[in-house]
Design a protein around this ligand. Structure first.
Ligand SMILES: *Cc1c(COP(=O)(O)O)cnc(C)c1O
Length: 393
């Protein structure tokens, strides 16, 4: 096995997996790992979920792909389901989070054109992440993501996250939209104050801007409701999602309502694979399962995990706090702690460190009480040993 023919865009860990079941992944030697990353917030139903496996197998044997030149019953059904759970009006399907956000960014420009704004600006937030395509990395407020790719796309203005007065001060004639994550993921699991989204909604209403929520990571049950905005009672004009929607089958969606619902017409946007029969079948099985009881348990499971972590980590000085919503959880350390990833892996636990100093946990939403205990016990032991070694160094 060699990676010499792969462009080295990832710093990969020295491990691979042969199979998965629920929250567990197994390497070729048969060692098992509790997957508290879920393929970066993707496998919300865990690995090899029978409902998803069945839907994919049955659909693959019938017809996988026909293209958007024709009607696709599964895609129409999936759009209806997404609109039903979100209160949105229509859906467009692509294959990733970046692609869903590309659609949102194009919608903002069409909205600007309709309003006679020559150079429309979309407000974006510090610490955000919206993807790696040219448009989405231009919207992403992270120098590392943008490094080397100038000239960036114009039309984005960056403001501090969770700061309504800053948005009020940014009011000007060229602004047409806000693109924001309801809970920031890559930025370090940052939960804004209650009322932040509602405040943005009010500003968008007052000024005729589109409120565009990036729920690529926070959606599909991750934060305890189907979409994070539902818990706040806020309906956006554009809602993007991906990651958990296919549980590993690549699919993304851009949902629209109100002033954003009639901006795209025939020929104005497209995607060869987007919403094909196979992807739609996977996502329908995922949605049925998530809404069939899984999401109802997320708040309690998230609270149990946060409480266990808080209790076990409270006496460790370099731990600054545990935060999050539902099963999107961040542990803030006082220093860069990337080496925790390898230490946890050795102990049979897959974790992720984001924003340098935040341990991010995105376990499958189906995690059991015993598995929550294993996660908290293992992780706290790993962090405790790390803290001792740091002190000794
Ligand atoms: C992961 C992510 C994206 C990008 O999704 P891809 O499927 O990798 O293109 C966009 N926005 C947020 C909030 C994400 O977490």
């Amino acid at each position: 096995m060699s990676d010499q023919f792969l462009i080295p865009t990832y710093a990969r860990q020295p491990v691979s997996f042969e199979r998965g079941e629920g929250v567990w992944l197994y390497d070729p030697a048969g060692k098992r790992y509790l997957d508290a990353v879920s393929g970066v917030g993707v496998c919300n139903l865990g690995h090899a979920h029978p409902a998803v496996v069945r839907a994919l197998g049955e659909q693959a044997a019938r017809v996988m792909h026909t293209s958007n030149l024709y009607r696709i019953p599964g895609q129409e059904k999936l759009a209806a389901r997404l609109c039903e759970v979100s209160g949105m009006e229509k859906a467009f399907f692509g294959n990733s989070g970046a692609e869903a956000n590309e659609a949102a960014i194009k919608l903002a420009r069409l909205h600007g054109r309709r309003r006679g704004v020559e150079k429309p600006v979309t407000l974006v937030m510090s610490g955000s992440f919206h993807g790696r395509t040219m448009a989405t990395l231009s919207a992403t407020a992270n120098r590392k993501v943008q490094e080397g790719y100038a000239p960036l796309l114009e039309g984005f203005r960056q403001l501090p996250y969770n700061d309504l007065p800053a948005v009020e001060q940014a009011v000007s004639d060229d602004v047409v939209a806000i693109l924001v994550e309801p809970v920031q993921g890559e930025g370090g699991v940052i939960v804004p104050d209650a009322g932040y989204l509602a405040g943005l909604r009010a500003l968008c209403d007052r000024h005729g801007w589109l409120l565009m929520l990036d729920e690529v990571q926070s959606g599909n049950g991750r934060t305890g409701s189907y979409f994070a905005c539902l818990a706040e009672g806020v309906r956006p004009d554009v809602l993007t999602t991906a990651k958990g929607l296919g549980n590993g089958f690549p699919i993304g969606a851009c949902l629209v309502s109100g002033p954003a619902a009639d901006l795209f017409g025939p020929g104005s946007h497209g995607s060869t694979y987007g919403g094909n029969p196979l992807g739609a079948a996977a996502a329908l099985a995922v949605m049925d399962t998530l809404t069939g009881g899984v999401i109802d348990a997320v708040d309690a499971r998230g609270e149990a995990l946060r409480a266990a972590l808080q209790q076990k980590l409270s006496d460790i000085d370099l731990v600054r706090g545990v935060r999050g919503r539902g099963l999107m959880i961040g542990i803030q350390l006082d220093r860069d702690c990337g080496e925790l990833v390898g230490r946890a892996r050795e102990a049979g636990l897959l974790i992720n460190v984001t924003a340098g100093s935040v341990v991010r946990l995105l376990p499958p939403l189906i995690i059991s009480d015993d598995e929550i205990r294993f996660l908290a016990d293992t992780l706290s032991a790993v962090i405790r040993e790390y803290a001792r070694d740091q002190e000794a160094a």
